[in-house]
Design a protein around this ligand. Structure first.
Ligand SMILES: [Zn+2]
Length: 726
């Protein structure tokens, strides 16, 4: 902290969303050391937050931190204990409201209001469960946790999956006859494919990029296994004798044991193993294809509370998708497999109503953020499986907004019961709803069961306090379905003969054009190069314009570059618009979402952010650009990683400022970066530092992207220059 404080000028800078100062944030996070240092460095202890009117003492009282509260009202703190927030509460009342009784009476004494109190209104009661549920529900809705956005997200996942599949298919069959191979049967799983966003990281609804996980499920090509007892490939019910040398056998515990050899292929293959994306993280799990799905008893179970609609969706998934088996994690012997049920789970998540989805989001927050702080060994997918148990056992009429909190509590109660019921040392916790003999287990390093039980109990008792902040603070939109070609693949030579390049070839083509520009005297003639640019499809309009301007600049033709910029119509790139449909019909919503995304991909100018991978020796430097642009377009993401980021829209705007005088008058491009839904990238922040004419806007952009600026030498340098310039 001390090192960073020097960069914080002024020390009481505020966030745009809530008007909180660093001191507010430190108190809310109970960071005593940071509070002390900020006070020491001259932070004002009596500033109020813009949204709630709370002072730092209110916040310390709210989280019940006695030590911070004492520091604030003590000798050097200087906080006024009688200050009132927008509710009209003094700090002691804020403490009382949250049940921090001792702190409340301590503060009340300091406040000297004991006598005055008798005359005021009696305490307002804490929010009731159903009131809290309804406002939670509303706030989550405003942040995008709605069935319609989940539909849109699902459509985006499917489109990205199709593009990725087409690319991987080319990659794996490089050199083969392109007309003569089957498309790779790769699919996505993981949080990205689950369609309900990542878990909430903090009260404003933002999530951390690391939480968004994409898993590629890749079947080993050309091998189909038969499961004894499930297979019907033969004329009768038995496996056709001699049909294959390898097979799986279904065991009583629901797992599969493998008979045969050649399991080596299950380690990631070379070409596929090299597919690693920077954003978001992609991991790869190999699977074996089986000839037939095992029966799923849930779909025949008349006891289940899943609706007929959902059951028929699941049946449809079962009949249309292939069956895979994956190796059991941490199991011995290593020839043990289990059926993959993740696509059924994915389908079930796509059927969630808005309230069900919101309970899922809350469970992810409670388990992933609150409980993992207290105990170890909770499995990753616990929230999902817990929700499925609830869907299975809760009548559909119960899923109402006013029950959000009650249902969340019930889920935690279910988890507690499971903890007690399964104390037989197997670490089994919750059965897989689609394969009840297989249980999700506690991780090997897990805390004592009683300890986990107690932690859940504590969170369950305190749930109102834990979640109330989600009602009182505005949540940021947590869904931003948007497609970016951020795929870090090995380069392939683009097929330049097609007039309109397919979407999945964009990456190779744009990368090739960039290499041409950065390599003096390369073999590609100017005419060929310009033809490639003209071949770019409509979705890369801005990227093409940007490349065209770069080409003219490299040729030394400034007039043509200016002309190319002038003829480009800048439009704001707002991504896919949130739908305003009212219908509750999931199937028709999904169909509309799919059409919307398809149309967006084909017609919108949406492919203008790229991540490129270059080999160590390739020098990608556009030496004909001004020095500050040269150093940051493209921008290496981590030093020596060889992964370069490029925002062609931002580059084109920068070039306009460089080449056309008077272009700097319009500040709308810069104010756009301050919208709550935006998180600008480093090149956009750089653009503001280089060209924004308004000091207050630059300050706010720097303030909101403090961490990014601190972490980047280039941005720190340009920030210093900007401060001088302004
Ligand atoms: Zn079979």
């Amino acid at each position: 902290v001390p090192g960073r404080l020097r960069h914080w000028r002024p020390i009481d800078c505020r966030t745009a969303a809530s008007g909180a100062t660093p001191l507010h944030t430190a108190a809310l996070r109970r960071q005593l050391g940071a509070v002390r240092q900020l006070l020491h460095a001259g932070a004002d202890a009596n500033l109020r937050r813009g949204d709630t009117g709370e002072t730092v003492l209110h916040l310390a009282a709210r989280v019940g931190d006695v030590r911070i509260a004492r520091l604030l009202v003590g000798g050097t703190g200087g906080a006024d204990p009688t200050a009132r927030d927008f509710r009209g509460d003094a700090a002691w009342q804020a403490a009382q409201r949250r049940g921090h009784v001792t702190l409340a009476s301590e503060l009340r004494e300091v406040t000297g209001e004991i006598d005055a109190l008798a005359a005021t209104d009696p305490e307002r009661p804490l929010l009731s469960d159903s009131d809290l549920s309804v406002s939670l529900h509303r706030n989550l809705l405003a942040a995008g946790f709605h069935q319609l956005t989940a539909c849109l997200h699902a459509a985006t996942v499917d489109a990205t999956e199709a593009i990725c599949r087409a690319r991987l298919t080319r990659l794996c069959h490089r050199g083969d006859d392109e007309n003569n191979f089957e498309e790779l049967r790769m699919r996505f799983s993981g949080t990205f494919a689950d369609c309900w966003g990542a878990q909430l990281a903090c009260a404003n609804g933002e999530f951390e990029a690391d939480d968004v996980e994409v898993k590629l499920v890749l079947p080993v090509p050309g091998r189909v296994l038969h499961v004894r007892g499930v297979c019907r490939c033969g004329s009768g019910r038995a496996l056709l004798p001699g049909a294959t040398g390898e097979q799986l056998e279904l065991r009583e515990d629901g797992r599969l044991s493998y008979r045969g050899d050649c399991l080596d292929e299950l380690s990631p293959s070379k070409s596929v193993g090299s597919v690693q994306a920077k954003i978001p993280a992609i991991s790869h799990s190999p699977v074996l294809e089986c000839c037939r799905h095992p029966p799923v008893s849930l779909l025949q179970n008349s006891e289940t509370k899943l609706t007929d609609d959902v059951i028929s969706q699941l049946k449809e998934e079962l009949s249309s998708s292939r069956c895979y088996a994956e190796r059991c994690r941490d199991a011995t012997p290593s020839s043990l497999f289990q059926f993959c049920t993740q696509f059924l789970k994915q389908r079930l998540l796509r059927c969630l109503s808005t309230v069900q989805g919101q309970v899922f989001v809350l469970l992810k927050y409670i388990i992933g953020r609150l409980l993992t702080r207290l105990v170890d060994g909770l499995p990753d997918n616990l929230a999902k499986l817990l929700l499925f148990q609830m869907l299975h056992s809760t009548p559909s009429g119960e899923w109402r907004p006013e029950n959000v909190l009650k249902l969340t509590r019930q889920s935690l109660r279910t988890l507690q019961n499971r903890l007690l019921a399964s104390s037989d040392g197997t670490a089994a916790l919750i059965p897989d709803i689609f394969c009840p003999t297989v249980h999700v287990r506690l991780e090997p390093n897990h805390s004592d069961r009683q300890q986990i039980f107690d932690a859940i109990e504590a969170v369950r008792q305190d749930l109102t306090n834990q979640l109330e902040q989600y009602c009182s603070e505005p949540l940021r939109p947590a869904f931003m379905p948007d497609l970016q070609l951020c795929q870090e693949f090995d380069a392939q030579s683009p097929d330049s003969t097609n007039l309109v390049q397919e979407y999945h070839q964009l990456y190779d083509l744009v990368r090739q054009l960039l290499v041409n520009l950065a390599t003096p005297g390369n073999s590609c003639s100017l005419a060929q190069h310009l033809k490639l640019i003209n071949d770019l499809p409509a979705c890369a309009r801005t990227t093409a314009a940007s490349l065209r301007v770069l080409t003219h600049l490299r040729e030394g033709d400034r007039a043509a570059a200016v002309q190319a910029i002038r003829s480009h119509k800048f439009r704001s790139h707002s991504g896919i618009k949130y739908p305003q449909w009212r219908s509750d019909d999931l199937a028709s919503n999904q169909a509309r979402a799919n059409r919307l995304v398809e149309q967006y991909l084909v017609t919108s100018d949406c492919a203008w952010k790229f991540c490129f991978k270059f080999s160590q020796h390739q020098q990608i430097r556009l030496e004909f650009l001004p020095p500050s642009l040269q150093a940051n377009f493209p921008l290496e993401l981590d030093r020596s990683s060889g992964v370069f980021f490029m925002n062609f829209d931002c580059l084109l705007k920068c070039l306009q400022f460089e080449l056309i005088s008077g272009a700097g008058g319009d500040v709308s491009w810069f104010t756009e970066l301050l919208k709550p839904s935006e998180s600008p990238d480093a090149q956009q922040v750089l653009m503001a530092l280089l060209y924004c004419p308004a000091a207050n806007i630059v300050n706010r952009i720097v303030e909101e992207n403090q961490q990014m600026v601190l972490n980047s030498a280039a941005l720190r340098e340009e920030k210093a220059k900007a401060m001088k310039r302004l």
